[in-house]
Write a protein that binds this ligand. Sequence first.
Ligand code: PZK
Length: 299
Amino acid sequence: MSLKLVHSGKVRELYDAGDDRLLMVASDRISAFDVVLAEPIPDKGRVLTAMTVYFLEALADLAPSHLVTADPAGLPADAAALGGDGGMDALAGRALLVRRAEMLPIECIVRGYLAGSGWKEYTASRTLHGTSLPAGLRQADRLPEPVFTPSTKATEGHDLNISFDEAADLVGKETAEKARDLCVEAYRRGAAQAERHGIIVADTKFELGFIDGELALCDEVLTPDSSRFWPADEWQPGTNPPSFDKQPVRDWLEGTGWDKRPPPPALPADVVRATSERYTTAYERVSGRSLSDWYGAAS
Ligand code: PZK
């Protein structure tokens, strides 16, 4: 029996593992400028998975989570087929067995810095998520306080920002308040941890769901794919800081003159290698753990 695919994202998949469990599989695929590239980035899926587990453990006193296990020995035997010719070894470290949750129909975004759509809104109206901010802030400036800026999950294209009251209309006031407080505190703690090790988490997206009546952290948590990670030593307000993880790919693609329509040009091996190293460095710096101690390491 093979596991049934229930969701397919650009770079990851979700399978039904039976018994109200799901298997989240992070691939080594990478996207840039909204296009998935053909070349896998070695260890990227393991890094995202290891980082999620690291933060779910670090935040366990704050909120329950959907995590059951990352140990390949604890995954359903049928999962081995997803590793192709490599079997379970090819899946090790990049698959998580999780509990099925009743997901909130909102994306719980927290912003600590002025970037992306937050910066765009500020330049247009000196507000963030409808709330006035001090004048004179620059792109990539740190915000006075982290701000909860929920959005709805658009099925096509990009997500739509919604007000706190609209979020409360969707999930109820009490749940919206709980989600906001939980996510802001999780961001504060995650960002403080990363910043001690030279990485700024400019903003991040959490996905919450109910498990056994309790609001739980689900999906990826504080990874470079769910967040904007910046190298602290290259952060300069007034500029758009480089992405800690994807910058080698973006820089190289920009240099080719590619028009950003598929298919993208093939990444050279040195760009692939440099990018893989950035992901590994991000994990090791933020967690203080070695990727060679995570499941699926070459032995
Ligand atoms: C769930 N996603 C996003 C993740 C994808 C898509 N514990 C859960 N219970 C129910 N649903 C989800 C989760 C989680 N996590 C997550 N969509 C639904 C997603 C991974 C791969 F393709």
